[in-house]
Design a binder for this molecule. Structure first.
Ligand code: C2E
Ligand code: MG
Ligand code: MG
Ligand code: MG
Length: 279
């Protein structure tokens, strides 16, 4: 009997799993409404150049201001990657990033480029490049102002499609960043085939440099590799002065991390850009 089957399966779940299922259902039930009601917003986390300590750009990161309390991306992004909603949410985030680029120009600033995350699911939509181009046109921007962050998972699923996409993006003036570099299984073979502009080294490496000389040696080698391949290297997740000192020592030039700035709302970011450009 069906009831009996459910009972047996039910016995496998402990309380934590049950809570997680309930939370997941809550997220799926609320996502459309939340997007419609403006509960999703972007934060911007500045990227700094060292040693000048100048702000040179930012990454757009989505936030869900759920009325009962914020829900972190680590909870909802995997769910939206499963049910496909990430395709729409990403596009919303890209448009919000374009608005911030437009606002910088309208305020008379020298606009700092913003990078956006592109879920691997978006690579299956035929109109991805067209959509990005329509945004650039709508907000009257240069494609180089919007940087596209991709991850290894997209490559592992469909290398040929991703290589073709990256070529098309770059051919049309967009920069492409490889996010979380070094965290996957095929980082080096991917690098061989994929002509990206920037490597963003996974947070795990910098957060270990104090504890492990191996992590440090790997970081140093990636920075060197970037130079040889004519790619910029960004290190994300920098939290301490010691980590910063190490990165300066090995010749790393671009940094994103709590040590300099946490992700902040649009208004705070605009203020920061303004102050950085005051003479
Ligand atoms: P990511 O793209 O690698 O973004 C960097 C994450 O590291 C962000 O977490 C950022 O807040 C965090 N971070 C930056 N500096 C530090 C630091 O010094 N220490 C620590 N502990 N963390 C730091 P966040 O915003 O929670 O996002 C997590 C992930 O969710 C992102 O990783 C990205 O994979 C995904 N994500 C966020 N926004 C979007 C989006 O709009 N679209 C898609 N597809 N994914 C997104
Ligand atoms: Mg990213
Ligand atoms: Mg990353
Ligand atoms: Mg990540």
């Amino acid at each position: 009997r069906i009831k009996g089957r459910y009972m047996t399966r039910y016995a496998f779940y402990d309380k934590a799993m049950r809570d997680q299922m309930i939370e997941e259902q809550m997220i799926v039930r609320n996502m459309e409404y939340a997007l419609h009601e403006g509960q999703f917003v972007i934060n911007l986390q500045p990227v700094y150049e060292i040693p000048s300590k100048k702000i040179i750009g930012a990454e757009a990161l989505v936030r869900w201001n759920y009325p009962k309390g914020p829900i972190p991306p680590s909870k909802f992004i995997p769910i939206f990657e499963n049910n496909g909603f990430i395709v729409r949410l990403d596009r919303f985030v890209w448009e919000e990033a374009c608005k911030v680029l437009r606002a910088q120009i309208d305020a008379g600033y020298n606009p700092l480029p913003i990078s956006v995350n592109i879920s691997r699911l978006n690579f299956y939509s035929q109109d991805l490049l067209e959509f990005l181009q329509s945004l650039i046109k709508k907000y009257d921007l240069q494609p180089k102002m919007l940087k596209l962050e991709i991850t290894e998972s997209a490559y592992m699923e469909n290398p040929h499609q991703l290589i073709a996409m990256v070529r098309a993006f770059r051919g049309n003036g967009f920069s492409v960043l490889m996010d979380d570099f070094g965290s996957g299984f095929s980082s080096l073979s991917m690098l061989k085939d994929l002509p990206v502009d920037v490597l963003k080294i996974d947070m795990a490496f910098v957060q270990e440099v104090d504890k492990s000389s191996r992590a440090g040696a790997i970081m140093e080698s990636i920075v060197e590799l970037g130079k040889h391949l004519n790619m910029d290297v960004v290190v994300e997740g920098v939290e301490t002065q010691e980590q910063l000192d190490f990165l300066s020592k090995i010749g790393c030039r671009e940094i994103q991390g709590y040590y300099f700035a946490k992700p902040m709302d649009k208004e705070a970011f605009m203020g920061l850009v303004q102050r950085s450009q005051d003479i």
